[in-house]
Design a protein around this ligand. Structure first.
Ligand SMILES: Cc1cc2nc3c(=O)[nH]c(=O)nc-3n(C[C@H](O)[C@H](O)[C@H](O)COP(=O)(O)OP(=O)(O)OC[C@H]3O[C@@H](n4cnc5c(N)ncnc54)[C@H](O)[C@@H]3O)c2cc1C
Length: 436
């Protein structure tokens, strides 16, 4: 019998599956589509060893005011979809300061320190070296003030965490990126991050490695999951039922909604981002345009522009306003060329208000574990946190204190209440009915 079912085959799910498999577990990976086709497909592809401090919500009035007035391209919000965001945003604001933020930094930096070394053996074993560059990425600034602020952060990161960087003048940036038409006041080159030319393909390569090592990958809907008296858990796939003693929820931005069935109220800040590829002259390394909040990354399918955070509804139609502004700003920097696709891709960063992923055993639900909520750095952190989850599941000592990552830090209500019961029944029935 299978030892564990992993629900969700993004970077988080595939990584957890590989780490358990490494410990001799028999694992099945279940997704409603092929591995690596959701958020892990469309991101900026940076394994961010420089991102040692989690992405906090600005707390100074000037930044907040700019967000409220829509003066920044980093964040875009839509009034009619803002309602469900309010409580998670207030909690995010609360956790972005004082001792709460210091604790998040302590845990997050310990995770990021493990990220690249956790990817390295997987990249090698998956034969994916050709997708990876280990030369960092750059952040272009258009104002002295912005550059000075980033230099101060870089010097602190170097002193506190050993993160290497190089400050580039406008002339040095022009030499490094001859395709740039405008180099602002220069750039910060973060040196120890890795950049991936196709993040979806890297996730798929990891999934193929998992299959090659004997893992099972099945198409199925996580909503069909039920507890099974004989085995523990059971899920329906297009090829029949799968049973296992353990189940891991790795559904990325869909994890919170999924867990409402089990009485959880997960306050996720869902930050949507868009991407589109362009046919123009490629850059050498990815470039973040700090003043317009987007990344331009040379990728297999062209120059990929990825945007900042849009606060909208999970099923709201695409409103790529930030992408349009990013495109105008990017045309000022490079010969961008024509869009490669007719419409942009979008996906959602699964951000927790306390900025920490949700990893561990679910109290009161025997054999259920979680591995989601990696926010802005899920592509970076998947293998490192997958390793920690596998250590927890196999009762080994974890490499670090993981008490702050537990899923049991969230409020849980009585699953027998009428509304939860009826929503569970409907979602399960719909999921079962959709199977062939
Ligand atoms: C624009 C953008 C840029 C980003 N850039 C970076 C970056 O440079 N570096 C970085 O580290 N991170 C980046 N991120 C964040 C990163 O992409 C995410 O944190 C990460 O991909 C999350 O991985 P995941 O496996 O948790 O979720 P996903 O990749 O979304 O995987 C979840 C899986 O669950 C499946 N699923 C959902 N519901 C069901 C169901 N009912 N039944 C079966 N399967 C289901 C989905 O199909 C999906 O495959 C970026 C994100 C965005 C949006």
């Amino acid at each position: 019998m299978t030892d564990a079912l992993v629900l969700g085959a993004g970077m988080a799910g595939v990584s957890a599956a590989l780490m358990l498999q490494k410990r001799g577990w028999s694992v099945a990976l279940i997704d409603r589509q092929a591995p690596g086709r959701a958020t892990s497909f469309g991101n900026a592809g940076i394994i961010q060893s420089e991102a040692v401090e989690p992405f906090a919500m600005p707390r100074d009035l000037r930044s907040l005011w700019n967000i409220i007035l829509g003066n920044t391209n980093d964040v875009h919000w839509r009034l009619r979809h803002l309602g469900p965001h309010v409580a998670p945003l207030l909690s995010y604001w609360w956790h972005s300061g004082g001792s709460r933020y210091r604790r998040a930094v302590e845990v997050h930096s310990a995770l990021v320190a493990r990220a690249a070394e956790a990817h390295a053996p997987l990249i090698a074993a998956a034969g994916a070296e050709s997708l990876v560059r280990r030369e960092g990425f750059r952040v272009l600034h258009r104002t002295e003030r912005g550059m000075d602020q980033e230099v101060a952060v870089a010097e602190r990161f170097h002193a506190d965490y050993g993160v290497p960087h190089r400050v580039l003048s406008a002339e040095a940036l022009a030499r490094a990126e001859p395709g740039l038409k405008f180099t602002g006041v220069g750039a910060m080159h973060w040196l120890n991050s890795w950049t991936i030319s196709d993040p979806g393909t890297l996730t798929t390569a990891y999934a193929q490695l998992f299959a090659k090592r004997g893992g099972t990958i099945e198409i199925g809907d996580a909503e069909t999951l039920i507890s099974d008296p004989s085995s523990g858990w059971m899920v329906a796939t297009v090829n029949g039922l799968l049973r296992a003693e353990h189940v891991i929820v790795a559904l990325g931005p869909w994890s919170g909604q999924f867990l409402t069935r089990f009485g959880f109220r997960i306050p996720m800040v869902r930050k949507r981002g868009y991407h589109l590829h362009y046919s123009g002259q490629p850059l050498d390394l990815p470039l973040l345009d700090a003043d317009f909040g987007y990344v331009m990354a040379p990728m297999t399918r062209g120059l990929r522009i990825t945007t900042g955070a849009e606060l909208t509804g999970p099923d709201a139609k695409a409103t790529p306003w930030q992408l349009e502004r990013a495109e105008i700003a990017a045309r000022h920097l490079v010969t961008l060329g024509a869009p490669v696709e007719n419409s942009p891709w979008f996906g959602t960063r699964p951000c927790m208000p306390d900025m920490l992923p949700v990893i561990g055993r679910v109290a009161g639900l025997k054999g259920m574990w979680t591995h989601f909520g990696h926010g802005h750095q899920g592509f970076t952190l998947g293998p490192a946190t997958g390793e920690i989850l596998a250590q927890l599941m196999t009762d080994r000592a974890t490499a670090m204190d993981v008490s702050h990552l537990s899923p049991n830090r969230f409020h849980r209500c009585d699953v027998t209440t009428a509304c939860v019961r009826s929503s569970n029944r409907t979602r399960r029935q719909d999921a079962m009915a959709a199977l062939p």
